[in-house]
Write a protein that binds this ligand. Structure first.
Ligand code: HEM
Length: 548
C-alpha cells in the first residue's frame, strides 16, 4: 500500500500505471477503430477514475483529499504511458511514417483540425499538396492522395475500400449517404433511384420551368440594382427542392417567411468543417447543450417536414414519395424513422445547397467576363428558335452551355474536400506506392481539379476545354465533383437540368450580368467555407433586363 509521504513508493505506483498505459496501447488501442465510441470512452474514463477513487479509499487508510491526490497521480501516469506510447509509435514506427507531411500531423488529427479551423480545408489541402507532393500524411493514419489514378482504386464499385468512420458522425440519424455498409447502401439506393429515373425527371421538368420563370420575374424586379446572388440562388434551389423533393412550396423567392431555413442549415453545418479530421468529436458535440443547438434545431426542422409530408396526399410524385412508401411498408421502428428523417435531410441538403453554390460561382464567371454571355446567346438563341426550353435532342448541341456548367463544377466542386475511405487490411497500391491497410484515404477534389498536371491553365475558367480545346484537359479522369459509382451523386441529372434551364432562362430574359459596384468576387473566392458542402459567401451582382 503506497505511503503518500514515501516518494519512492508513490513513484513505483506511478511507474506501474505508466506501464499499464503503455500496455493498454500496445495490446488494445493500437488496433481497430475506437472513434465510433468516443463519447463512451469519455464516460468509461470517468468511471475508471471513480473506481480508482473507491478502490483507494477502500484498501488504504487515506482521507478523501489524499485519495484524490493519489488518484490524480495514477490517472495522469496511465494517460502519460498511453499517450507517450502512441506518440512514439506514430512518429517512428507507424506504417505511414515514410509519407511526407507536416510534423505535427503525424502525432495527432488535432493538428489537421487546427490548421483548418477557419473551415477552409479544401484550400489548406491544395497548399499541402503544393508543398509535399501528390501524397500527404495529414494525420496519424490519414493520407490525402492527389492522384487521379487513385479514383478507381479508392472509390469505384469494385474498390475494397470502405467509407471511413467520418460518415457516422450523425448517428443515430442514418441516410443513404452516411450508411457505411455497402450492401445496405445499395439496396436503399435502388429504392431511392426511382425518384431520379428518366421518367421521374421528365415529370419534374414543368415544375423546374415554373421556378426558373419565378427567378427571372424576381430578377426583373431587381434589374439594374445590386442583389446578393449567393442568397438568391439558395432561394431558387430551395424552392425547387421543396417542390420536387418534398412536394412543398417554400416560396422563398416570393416571401421572406422561410428564408431562415438556408441560414439554419448553414449554421447547423458549421462544426462539420473543422471537426472533419476528428469524427469522434461530433457525437460529443451533438450531446453538449450549447454546441449542439443548431444541429438539433435543424434536425427538428427536418422532423417537422417529415411529419407534415407523411400526413399529406400529394398529387404529383416527389423524391419523398418512394421514401415514405418504404417507411409505410416497414415496421415503423425507430430505425425506420431515422432512415426516413435522414434521407429527408439528405434530400434537402443535397438538393439545394450544392446546386445553389455551383450557380453562384457560375454566375460570378459570367459577370466577370461578358464574352461568356455573348457566346451563350450566340449558341442558345438559334437552338431555341423561339421555344423557351431546349429540346432533349438539342442539349448536346449546346456545347458552350454544357462547357460553362462543367467548368464551374470543375473549379468549384460543391463537396470540395473529398470522400474519406478506409483501405482494406491488405492495403492498396496507387501507381508505385503501396498504402497500408486501415489507412484513411481521401482524394482532394478541389486540389485535383486545379492541378496543372491535370488541366492546362488549371485555375482559369475556360469552358471551351470541354468541347473545342480538348488539349487543355491533360487527364480526363481528374474530375470527381460528383464522386463515382454507386456512391456518386444520385441527383446529378436533375442538378444539371436545373442549371441548364436557369441559364437558358437567363439568356432569354436578360441582356447581361455584371459585378455590382464594389464587388470583386474576392469574398466568394477566398472566404467560402468548407462545411463538407460549401458555405458560400455573398456575391453582389446586377442583372440587366433585355430591352423589349
Ligand atoms: C451541383 C449540384 C450537386 C453536386 C455537385 C453534388 C455532389 C454530390 C456528391 C459529390 C455526392 C457523393 C458524396 C459522398 O460520396 O460522400 C453526392 C451524393 C448525393 N447527392 Fe448530390 N450533388 C448535387 C446535387 C444534388 C441534387 C440536386 C440532389 C437531389 C436531391 C442530390 C442528391 C444526392 C444524394 C441523395 C446523394 C447520396 C448518394 C449516395 O450516397 O448513394 N445531389 N452529391
Amino acid at each position: 500500500m503506497p505511503d503518500l509521504t514515501d516518494n519512492k513508493t508513490v513513484a513505483q505506483g506511478c511507474a506501474v500505471f505508466v506501464a499499464a498505459g503503455v500496455a493498454s496501447h500496445l495490446v488494445y488501442f493500437i488496433r481497430g477503430n475506437h472513434n465510433k465510441f468516443a463519447h463512451l470512452w469519455v464516460t468509461r474514463a470517468l468511471k475508471g477514475i471513480s473506481l480508482l477513487v473507491c478502490a483507494l479509499l477502500f484498501v488504504t487508510r487515506y482521507d478523501i483529499l489524499q485519495t484524490l491526490v493519489l488518484t490524480s497521480l495514477f490517472s495522469t501516469s496511465w494517460f502519460t504511458g498511453l499517450y507517450t506510447s502512441i506518440a512514439i509509435y506514430r512518429l517512428w514506427f507507424h506504417p505511414l511514417s515514410k509519407f511526407p507531411g507536416p510534423f505535427w500531423a503525424r502525432l495527432s488529427n488535432f493538428y489537421h483540425a487546427y490548421i483548418i479551423r477557419k473551415s477552409d480545408n479544401y484550400l489548406v489541402m491544395q497548399k499541402l499538396h503544393e508543398k509535399y507532393g501528390p501524397i500527404v500524411r495529414t494525420g496519424p493514419s490519414n493520407l490525402s492522395v492527389n492522384d487521379p489514378a487513385a479514383i478507381d482504386i479508392v472509390l469505384s464499385n469494385s474498390s475494397k475500400c470502405v467509407k471511413s468512420p467520418w460518415y457516422e458522425r450523425s448517428l443515430p440519424v442514418v441516410n443513404l449517404h452516411t450508411v457505411r455498409d455497402q450492401k445496405t447502401h445499395d439496396a436503399r439506393r435502388k429504392m431511392f433511384s426511382m425518384a431520379f429515373s428518366p421518367s421521374a425527371l421528365r415529370d419534374y421538368e414543368q415544375r423546374l420551368v415554373k421556378h426558373c420563370n419565378e427567378f427571372s420575374h424576381q430578377m426583373k424586379i431587381r434589374a439594374g440594382k445590386p442583389f446578393d446572388a449567393s442568397d438568391w440562388f439558395k432561394f431558387f434551389a430551395f424552392d425547387v427542392m421543396g417542390d420536387i423533393g418534398l412536394g412543398k412550396e417554400f416560396h422563398m423567392m416570393t416571401s421572406e417567411t422561410n428564408r431562415w431555413i438556408p441560414e439554419l442549415l448553414e449554421t447547423s453545418m458549421a462544426d462539420v468543417g473543422p471537426t472533419t479530421p476528428l469524427p469522434w468529436i461530433a457525437p460529443i458535440l451533438h450531446r453538449l447543450p450549447k454546441a449542439g443547438t443548431k444541429g438539433r434545431q435543424w434536425l427538428e426542422f427536418v422532423g417537422s417536414q417529415v411529419a407534415e409530408r407523411v400526413e399529406k396526399q400529394v398529387e404529383k410524385a416527389d423524391v419523398l414519395t418512394c421514401l415514405i412508401a418504404a417507411y409505410n411498408k416497414s415496421e415503423k421502428k425507430d430505425v425506420d424513422y431515422q432512415w426516413l428523417r435522414g434521407d429527408t435531410r439528405l434530400t434537402i441538403v443535397g438538393g439545394s445547397d450544392t446546386t445553389a453554390a455551383t450557380l453562384t460561382f457560375l454566375f460570378y464567371y459570367l459577370a466577370k467576363d461578358p464574352s461568356q454571355v455573348k457566346k451563350l446567346r450566340a449558341e442558345l438563341e438559334p437552338l431555341l428558335n423561339g421555344r423557351t426550353r431546349l429540346d432533349a435532342k438539342d442539349v448536346s448541341k449546346a456545347q458552350h452551355l454544357n462547357g460553362v456548367i462543367q467548368e464551374a463544377l470543375r473549379l468549384h466542386p460543391a463537396i470540395p474536400s473529398g470522400f474519406p475511405r478506409v483501405t482494406p487490411d491488405e492495403g492498396i497500391t496507387v501507381g508505385d506506392t503501396y498504402i497500408p491497410g486501415d489507412t484513411v484515404v481521401v482524394l482532394p477534389v478541389y486540389a485535383m481539379q486545379r492541378d496543372e498536371d491535370n488541366y492546362q491553365q488549371a485555375n482559369e475558367f475556360v469552358p471551351e476545354r470541354w468541347y473545342s480545346k480538348p488539349e487543355m484537359i491533360k487527364n480526363r479522369d481528374a474530375f470527381l465533383t460528383w464522386n463515382i459509382g454507386m456512391n456518386g451523386c444520385i441527383g446529378r441529372a436533375l442538378a444539371i437540368t436545373e442549371m441548364r434551364d436557369l441559364i437558358t432562362n437567363f439568356i432569354q430574359n436578360f441582356e447581361s450580368v455584371e459585378l455590382a459596384p464594389g464587388e470583386d468576387g474576392s469574398r466568394l473566392l477566398n472566404e467560402t467555407k468548407d462545411h463538407f458542402t460549401l458555405g458560400v459567401k455573398p456575391l453582389n451582382l446586377v442583372f440587366h433586363a433585355k430591352k423589349q
